[in-house]
Design a protein around this ligand. Sequence first.
Ligand code: 6PG
Ligand code: SF4
Length: 607
Amino acid sequence: MTEIHPEVAAVTDRVIERSRQTRRVYLDLIEREREGGVHRPTLACGNLAHGFAAAGEDKAAIRAGRSMNIGIVTAYNDMLSAHQPYGRYPDQIKVFARERGATAQVAGGTPAMCDGVTQGQRGMELSLFSRDTIALSTAVALSHGMFDGTALLGICDKIVPGLMIGALRFGHLPTILIPAGPMPSGLANKEKQRIRQLYAEGKVGREDLLESEAASYHGAGTCTFYGTANSNQMMMDVMGLHMPGASFINPGTKLRQAVTRAAIHRLTEIGADGNDYRPLGRCVDEKAIVNAVVGLLATGGSTNHAIHLPAIARAAGIVLDWEDFDRLSGAVPLIARVYPNGAGDVNHFHAAGGMSFVIASLIDAGLLHDDILTVSGARLRDHARDPKLSGEELVYEDAPERSYDDTMLRTPAKPFQPDGGMRLVKGNLGRATFKTSAVEESRRTIEAPARVFSDQDEVLKAFKAGELERDVVVVVRFQGPRANGMPELHKLTPPLGVLQDRGHKVALVTDGRMSGASGKVPAAIHLSPEAIGGGPIAKIRDGDIVRLSAPEGRLEVLVDAAELAAREGAAAPPAAFGTGRELFAFMRHGADGAEQGGSAMLAAAGL
Ligand SMILES: O=C(O)[C@H](O)[C@@H](O)[C@H](O)[C@H](O)COP(=O)(O)O
Ligand code: SF4
């Protein structure tokens, strides 16, 4: 087995050391929950009878309590193309559970926001907090205490993080993630992006744009860009929380169903009453969390995980910060280019070798921890195998030695770039995330006059009015968790991309977020401290020179320190009403920083 890379080992030790106290508290909690928590055998008759009243053919087995009862937590809805296939999963899962003498019940559902539907709309201001709403819904579902194992049905952006945060508070239960897979490839993402830029320039009309979008997002399954949803799949793979090869099999295929079936069968084998107990809270340890960061950096994954991963880690008593990301980014090379970091999409990535290639390459280079507690029972290296059907039977084959497509995949020895796709930039404005994997090298240092906004729609208006036709650092503030819920500002990508393509030096600096599908425009995002509460971003004025540089790890406004300190910060826009945003005011008021996960829920819980 390859020695673990010294920097990966050092960061892992740093996380273990920093988390020692909180991790101890967490492990004690899940031990108490296992020993004395709310369980079917300890429920009163009235409780139990309510729990199995509608269980039909499973009633006797649930009542007897001699086999695993799986709690399904499902984020099914028709809004997310990725989650639409889940509508039929619970009935299938019940059949698969019965095949192993177990039972399954839908413990509860969670909301799931499609960021594609809300992108650029008011709903996006609920997006980040929908993650914590999902965590709360997961806790409500599992609080019934009827279950000995958990199956989580969720794929997209905040849904996997929310399900994980909620399920980790029931971390004494064995838990498996059940993906549904990407939609088949439609219109190429780069062509979609080209039509969007033409529309932003007024060169094509709404009908042409809609036609292009509908050809790209054309069916059931996850969107095929490598955004937050597909980054979630990769992370669950390298954390060992999926069955091997589960992530990128298309929905509605026999192979997809076979892997789901194998996942449920496996779940019935890792319960507390068996001889291979694998509780979620022990699977998600410091090594698994570091693996998720390494996988994210090596594949150019979504910047949103700079926010979600610290939140997931906190739920397991683990403290992860942006220095960890930055130090790992210096050691972990970029070995995959999937749109927006390249031309191909996740279907092409999967066909080119996909996660088998990534897991094998990173473990063999000592960059991933191989010795983690996987749900499959195998070492992580053995997850680098491809699921196939032999007749009706699921078999795993060694990934073929591929003359892999090196426009999509490279080995760590010959990477696309020597360092991972995500850097920490800091200076007199605070700390921010800068994703470099989709930004041309020549654009990773930008110094230009600022043009300051407090609203993304104002940026679009200024673009349309021709006010941005120059070298410019667009500063959009009051977009942090406590201001307006930290929406993604992905709608700014096409106009800023147009300016960039016209030869201007362009960058974005914001305390908000971008989509995992954003890419080509250099951006310092998640800037902390945010404008609300006095972050220096509130003091930047039109014309100030702002410099951001990924190679230098710096983000600065070039204004004399005394002058900057003497400036009054801009006033925050009024709190938003409408589209339900007022209902989330308590989450805005209590949210902590993006680096901690931007969560009022975790902050108030003392986690
Ligand atoms: O972080 C992400 O991956 C995004 O939130 C993604 O889920 C979102 O839906 C994008 O908006 C889709 O991309 P388009 O908006 O470009 O279609
Ligand atoms: S990937 Fe984004 S746009 Fe696609 S279904 Fe998921 S949330 Fe919606």
